[in-house]
Design a protein around this ligand. Structure first.
Ligand code: ADP
Length: 330
């Protein structure tokens, strides 16, 4: 092959090392009960391996009980792993716990503040905990960043739920960690606050912070994340750039209203699924790489039906998620 001489081209810049490296991570919780009654312990993580690339917003998606919190709590040093390894910003969580911890900020699900501290004091106390010298503290700047400057000296208990969540984000950032992890940041918050939190996450990311968030809001992951990993039953079942993940949704659905009752769903090798959705309505799921809506309609017309109405829709991430996590035996 005649390719340009590599010597003539400048070397591409080396890819930055991943922000987080997770290898064969296993967590089995201690069994409940003893002896014959022992359940052997819950296998919450069953050999999980992936990298979180630097500079990205990375979504960790999965249904309840998938193992998301367990994984985050291992990174945070709150849960002991059973085996495997993890590095944060190049620091092994066992061998270099201090630096690993200093490299991530964690925004927990639950809101816990001493109600008698002010937001400013909450940040100062947290900075003290991390040994950030007074001269390097940036409590006021952080409050500004999360739009809480006017509440700097209010009692934490007087803050609204949304303000508390924003304060939690500021609290996770006191030691200026390069990686921020948010555990279900928008669970149970209203649309307006969700938008505000998304903006905040976007701003931090634009400043260079690598963000990992867990969610089971697929729309959130699709809109916010550069890359999405899906975890289910303690196993990683997909890990792709968001665009590719969405493209995995090759399925397309066409809904046809016919001129008369349908006795039997039309069949064709390229139909992935057919479902009668009304007496005269059939929903056909097909592989959009193999045929188009016109061809689907031709097949149905070939069976002698006249088509009175037609609509199509693309599978979205929700469909991908459901098809990836649905248990074929369940
Ligand atoms: P997710 O955050 O995705 O909802 P979790 O990591 O909380 O999932 O839970 C994964 C599995 O581990 C679940 O089956 C859960 O019941 C179990 N689990 C979580 N925490 C504990 C614990 N402290 N002791 C025993 N089992 C646990």
């Amino acid at each position: 092959m005649d390719s340009p001489s590599p010597a003539a081209l400048p070397a591409p810049p080396p890819a930055p090392p991943p922000a987080i490296v997770i290898r064969d991570l296993v967590k089995r919780y201690a069994p409940t009960g003893k002896g014959a009654k022992s359940d052997g312990g819950k296998l919450a993580l069953d050999g999980v391996t992936f990298d979180v690339p630097q500079g990205q917003i990375f979504g960790l998606l999965g249904p309840n009980g998938a193992g998301k919190s367990t994984l985050i709590n291992i990174l945070a040093g709150l849960v002991m792993k059973t085996s495997g390894s993890a590095e944060i910003w190049g620091f092994d969580i066992d061998r270099d716990r201090r630096n690993a911890s200093a490299s991530i900020g964690i925004v927990p699900q639950e809101i816990v503040f001493d109600p008698f501290f002010t937001p400013f004091e909450v940040l100062e106390n947290q900075a003290g905990l991390y040994g950030v010298p007074k001269a390097l503290r940036r409590s006021a700047a952080l409050l500004r960043e999360v739009h809480l400057s006017d509440k700097a000296n209010a009692y934490a208990r007087t803050l609204s739920g949304g303000m508390k969540r924003r304060l939690l984000i500021a609290k996770a950032m006191v030691q200026s960690p390069p990686v921020l992890i948010l555990d279900e940041p928008t669970a149970g918050v209203d649309v307006e606050l969700r938008r505000l939190l998304w903006e905040l996450v976007g701003e931090l990311n634009a400043e260079g912070v690598t963000v990992v968030l867990t969610t089971h809001y697929l729309e959130e992951a699709e809109q916010l994340c550069d890359r999405i990993a899906i975890i289910n039953h303690g196993k990683l079942i997909a890990n792709k750039p968001t665009r590719e993940m969405v493209e995995m949704a090759r399925e397309k659905i066409v809904v046809l209203s016919l001129d008369r009752d349908i006795a039997e769903a039309p069949a064709h090798p390229a139909f992935l699924k057919t479902r009668l959705s009304g007496e005269r309505q059939v929903e056909i799921t097909y592989d959009k790489d193999r045929m188009n809506a016109g061809e689907v309609m031709a097949v149905v017309q070939g069976l002698g039906y006249a088509i009175q109405d037609v609509s199509t829709r693309e599978a979205d991430l929700e469909d991908v998620f459901v098809s990836l996590t649905s248990d074929p035996h369940g």
